[in-house]
Design a protein around this ligand. Sequence first.
Ligand SMILES: NC(=O)c1ccc[n+]([C@@H]2O[C@H](COP(=O)([O-])OP(=O)(O)OC[C@H]3O[C@@H](n4cnc5c(N)ncnc54)[C@H](OP(=O)(O)O)[C@@H]3O)[C@@H](O)[C@H]2O)c1
Length: 252
Amino acid sequence: MQDKRIALVTGANQGVGLQVAKELVAHGLTVLVGSRNFEKGQAAAKQIGMGAHALQLDVTDQASITAAAERIRNEFGRLDVLVNNAAISNTGRRAGVTIEEYAQSTLASNVSLDEVHAVWETNVFGVLAVYQAMLPLLHESPAANIVNVSSGVGSLTANADPASPYHKMFGPVYPASKAALNAMTLAMMIELESTPIKIRLVSPAFTSTNLNNYAGTETVEDGSREVVRVALLGPDDPTGTFTRWENVTIPW
Ligand SMILES: NC(=O)c1ccc[n+]([C@@H]2O[C@H](COP(=O)([O-])OP(=O)(O)OC[C@H]3O[C@@H](n4cnc5c(N)ncnc54)[C@H](OP(=O)(O)O)[C@@H]3O)[C@@H](O)[C@H]2O)c1
């Protein structure tokens, strides 16, 4: 059994997930670089170096999730940190279509149900399926830590306020998927209350990644900082928080 803490980051072949994997390795953890495309995961793990291991993991594919959990059990016997990071914002916004135009074509009244199903499949059901598969391994850890990577656009409290800058953008696809993820996280948190496993929500800052066609204003280093900090929290730190930066909370 390894002394080093073992972490799994889903969707770690690029963007925030890759940066989080990189920094957790730098902090001495052994990191499983989850990637739906194994070759991309291998390239990312190679880029990170010693301590990073590619793990094929498509969060929408139960067979892939089950195989990933089996591999972690066989090779490490436990999981200490789970970062549920993988997500999609849409299934293919056409080039040249602005976020505002996309929002207008995905209102509750006119959105394609296929689009809603596809995004929720990854962002909501994918997280729940990974949680279910990894929970027995997290129970093997003396101090396990789950980070669900959400978004400020999923905050019901913030976005119900007409003064919120994202109020008009709150639609059924990505924003509602993150609100549903927050609801799933609350259910997980209540289930875990009597266990040593901690669970927290984090929103990266508005970070330049593929998810937003690189429109984000923060670098991946800065935008991922809170995810890394929360992934490294210990058993005595508060549970159930939703933060964007250290000491900057988001209402659920
Ligand atoms: N960027 C921001 O400004 C921002 C703000 C708030 C919240 N977030 C959240 O931060 C997290 C990371 O996003 P990002 O900005 O880093 O986006 P990104 O660069 O697009 O990365 C998303 C990652 O998720 C993976 N993924 C997508 N579907 C998957 C599936 N079915 N199974 C496994 N992996 C899958 C992608 O894999 P492929 O490479 O194969 O596509 C990619 O590795 C997401 O939860 C996002 O909602 C981002």
